[in-house]
Design a protein around this ligand. Structure first.
Ligand code: FE
Length: 190
């Protein structure tokens, strides 16, 4: 695959269809600037700022954009909040739609056929495999991403974090907790 990609890139560059410097910029952007650390900042702000939380749940696209996280695959964002009664989990049953500006590029398992089918058929079983066991009376809501709408799960703030500031809280927010297949780290950081 690596050789094939190089051959393709060389050919496209020779024909003048792509600019290698532009490709480098795109790769660097997704390696360093765009990733789950962006989403973690959104979640942490929602945990400390009730006004922002309301805005995020009402108009996630605008609330997220206000923090500078905009771009492809994030044009229409919806934030869904985990509560003791409802646990949210995100999938793209058709392919791999994912909110790039806040989570970066999707993990391999998110794109895999087993996750995409089983997340809908047996969400509780899939969650258990990710180490997330929920009380039987917690409703699991599965959100199927589309070509237009991308979802961000707002996980519940971990107990014992009352004294933490926004930056410390952001460090507890894992990628999987924002997909709904994981939980944030505990106050102790694990
Ligand atoms: Fe998709």
């Amino acid at each position: 695959m690596d050789v094939r990609v190089r051959a393709l890139e060389t050919l496209l560059t020779k024909k003048g269809y792509v600019d290698p410097a532009a490709l480098d910029r795109i790769i660097e952007t997704y390696e360093t600037k765009i990733g789950p650390h962006n989403g973690a900042r959104v979640v942490a702000r929602a945990w400390v700022d009730p006004e922002f939380r309301r805005w995020l749940l009402h108009d996630a696209t605008a609330a997220i954009a206000s923090m500078g996280f905009i771009g492809r695959q994030g044009e229409h964002m919806v934030a869904v909040e985990n509560t003791p009664a409802v646990h949210n989990m995100v999938v793209c049953t058709l392919c791999s739609c994912y909110p790039w500006p806040v989570l970066g590029l999707p993990p391999v398992w998110y794109k895999s056929a087993p996750y995409r089918s089983r997340a809908v058929i047996d969400p509780r079983g899939v969650l258990a495999e990710f180490g997330v066991t929920l009380p039987p009376d917690t409703t699991i809501r599965v959100w199927d991403s589309t070509a237009e709408v991308r979802y961000l799960v707002l996980p519940a703030r971990p107990a014992g974090t009352e004294a933490m500031d926004e930056a410390q809280l952001a460090a507890l927010v894992t990628r999987d907790s924002m997909i709904g297949t994981g939980r944030p780290l505990s106050a102790a950081g694990h």
